[in-house]
Write a protein that binds this ligand. Structure first.
Ligand SMILES: [Zn+2]
Ligand SMILES: [Zn+2]
Length: 336
């Protein structure tokens, strides 16, 4: 099969992913083989490919927002019939036995596997995954539009939940890429006023189109105090500015897996019971709840398509914040 293979992490400008022919994977007993129809490109992929996340497997096929069709079942797999359309997300598998898994916090599992990081992912024509960690994709979503829901969408949704913001509240979003443009649609559905801070003019325009009450530069001060804010951009210097925009008792959620160092803070920014918290991965419940809400709204994702062979270019564009919405790789349009 064709796949994009990472041997050594390096800046994406040097094209570290090699597009090549590799053997297709074999499903284990509890796994299924999925033919990839589309795979979203996530900022986490950039952190994996450039090595900000320590390498856990080499060679590695990245990619953890897979929409595809089940082509083969492992010996014991029985949850989905052949031909089912399913999604594969970042949380590839958990041990199911640690205290976090038993306590309903499988996102924090002590022995997790992550798709496209500790095991091969979806920058390929085929991928395998355990059937219990697959998501059925609601029919209303075309393949390409569904892919960014599987990480950007789910993490944005979990971030919103963890922010504790109530319907009608004022929400700040810092950074407006794949996750932000989905989160704003959920927030607007829940009648929140949304304030979007982002440096990119195209992202500001998209935010206004999607119902933002205000847009401004990354460190600009919103015109009203926020009940909660989410930082999707991986830039620690945003933290003091976002805290300064929060009302007393407000929560700041850090939505990324990697962030540059956070500068030292004057305690007055945090005092008055403001809270800073991170978001790590998601539970399957988050994913299922989100996909249901996404179909109800319905969420419309803005996607920019790239052939699988151009994954390096997609990552370069993502790095420059120049994707409008979410980047998605599509194997079928690869020239052979
Ligand atoms: Zn566990
Ligand atoms: Zn992701």
């Amino acid at each position: 099969m064709n796949a994009c293979v990472l041997r050594n992490p390096a800046p994406v400008e040097t094209a570290p992913l090699q597009f090549m022919d590799v053997p297709a994977p074999e499903p284990g007993p509890d796994q299924v083989l999925v033919r990839v129809r589309s795979c979203g490109v996530c900022r986490t992929d950039l952190h994996v490919v450039e090595g900000e996340l320590p390498p856990r497997k080499s060679p590695l096929i990245p990619g953890h927002q897979v929409v595809g069709v089940i082509e083969r079942l492992g010996q014991k797999a029985e949850r989905f019939p052949l031909g089912s359309r399913v999604g594969i997300a970042w949380l590839h598998q958990t041990d199911g036995t640690c205290s976090y898994c038993r306590g309903g916090m499988e996102n924090l599992c002590d022995k997790p596997a992550f798709t496209g990081y500790t095991v091969d992912g979806g920058y390929a024509e085929y991928v395998v995954a355990p059937e219990q960690f697959l998501y059925p994709i609601p029919e209303s979503f075309p393949d390409q539009q569904a892919a960014p829901l599987l990480c950007a969408g789910i993490i944005g949704f979990r971030s919103l939940r963890l922010s504790g913001i109530a319907a009608g509240g004022r929400l700040g979003l810092y950074g407006f890429g794949a996750a932000g443009h989905v989160a704003i649609q959920v927030a607007r559905h829940w009648d929140m006023e949304v304030y979007v801070a982002t440096r990119d003019a195209r992202h500001q325009r998209l935010a206004l189109e999607l119902g933002a009450s205000w847009v401004g530069g990354t460190l600009a001060e919103p015109p009203a105090k926020l009940d909660a804010a989410i930082i999707f951009a991986p830039a620690g210097e945003i933290v003091p500015a976002a805290l300064a925009a929060l009302r007393k008792g407000g929560t700041l959620v850090l939505g990324g897996i990697h962030m540059s160092p956070i500068p030292s803070l004057d305690y007055s920014l945090l005092y008055q019971e403001r809270v800073i918290r991170s978001v790590a991965n998601n539970t399957r419940r988050d994913g299922e709840d989100f996909l249901r809400v996404a179909a109800e709204i319905p969420i419309r994702t803005r996607v920019q398509l790239f052939p699988l062979s151009e994954a390096n270019r997609a990552l370069q564009i993502l790095k420059n914040d120049a994707v409008s919405g979410a980047a998605v790789l599509v194997p079928d349009v690869v020239a052979r």
